[in-house]
Design a binder for this molecule. Structure first.
Ligand SMILES: Nc1ncnc2c1ncn2[C@@H]1O[C@H](COP(=O)(O)OP(=O)(O)O)[C@@H](O)[C@H]1O
Ligand SMILES: Nc1ccn([C@@H]2O[C@H](COP(=O)(O)OP(=O)(O)O)[C@@H](O)[C@H]2O)c(=O)n1
Length: 224
């Protein structure tokens, strides 16, 4: 039994899942778990090992020695695989381009989901905000608060483009293709029963964070 309040957040690429969830977790004094970082780190490991990401058997073979860790520092969360700090590398477009290959392998999802559930159980914070694609439905369907964070595609592409150096066109194509491929594996475009949709298309960043924090506070009040 997990004593922490679990806040599950799913949504498509660029909807604000990680930045909004991180800020909300800070405001609430909760821990934060970015599940996409683990899929990205395993992808980094595959590319580093010269493995074709379409080779599911080779990817599954990587799982055994996959030494994935996250460390919270004053500068933010650092992600390491073995001795390598991959915090920045896992955000590179070369990773985004093939991460969906890795995420569609059932053995990968089972292994990572087990690890995520363990991290949730072991948190010593009063709550934890967990974000990804299947948190509300598969990883933590019994979470106290379950949110689908969305925004119109054009807005998501504009936000993502503003972060990355390459032109909007390639960002747009990659984001669309990744969402389409990911949606074949898990449904993060429609809210499952009991999941609250927050559409941030017309909200600025702070308003979106406030919407998440408000939902959590409302839920906490109901439980008192
Ligand atoms: N409501 C919002 N208004 C404006 N910018 C936002 C909003 N939500 C997120 N952003 C910005 O959009 C970008 C993508 O957000 P991110 O958290 O990386 O999305 P995701 O994790 O869903 O892919 C970030 O630069 C973030 O600061
Ligand atoms: N719970 C999750 C989280 C991520 N993923 C995969 O990991 C990739 C990277 O996730 P991410 O959350 O870092 O992606 P962004 O939305 O931040 O761009 C996604 O495109 C999915 O392929 C997943 O399948 N299930």
């Amino acid at each position: 039994m997990c004593a922490a309040v679990v806040v599950a957040v799913d949504g498509p690429a660029g909807s604000g899942k990680s930045s909004v969830s991180k800020a909300a977790s800070r405001a609430l004094g909760y821990a934060f778990l970015d599940t996409g970082a683990a899929y990205r780190a395993l992808t980094w490991q595959a590319l580093e090992s010269g493995i074709d990401t379409a080779d599911a058997a080779a990817i599954v073979a990587l799982l055994d020695g996959f030494d994935y860790r996250t460390t919270v520092t004053d500068e933010g969360t650092r992600v390491t695989v073995g001795d390598a700090d991959v915090t920045d590398a896992i955000r590179e477009p070369r990773i985004s381009a093939v991460v969906s290959d890795i995420a569609r392998v059932p053995e990968v999802r089972l292994a990572l989901n087990d690890a995520f559930r363990r991290m949730i159980r072991e948190t010593d914070a009063p709550g934890i905000v967990v974000e990804g694609r299947d948190i509300t439905t598969v990883v933590a369907p019994d979470a106290a608060v379950r949110i689908l964070l969305t925004a119109d595609e054009a807005v998501r592409i504009a936000r993502r483009s503003a972060e990355l150096a390459p032109g909007t066109a390639s960002t747009a194509g990659q984001l669309r293709e990744r969402d389409a491929r990911d949606a074949q594996v898990v449904d993060f475009l429609t809210a499952a029963p009991g999941v609250v949709t927050i559409d941030s298309t017309e909200l600025d960043f702070d308003q979106t964070v406030q919407a998440v924090v408000g939902l959590v506070n409302d839920e906490q009040e109901k439980r008192l």
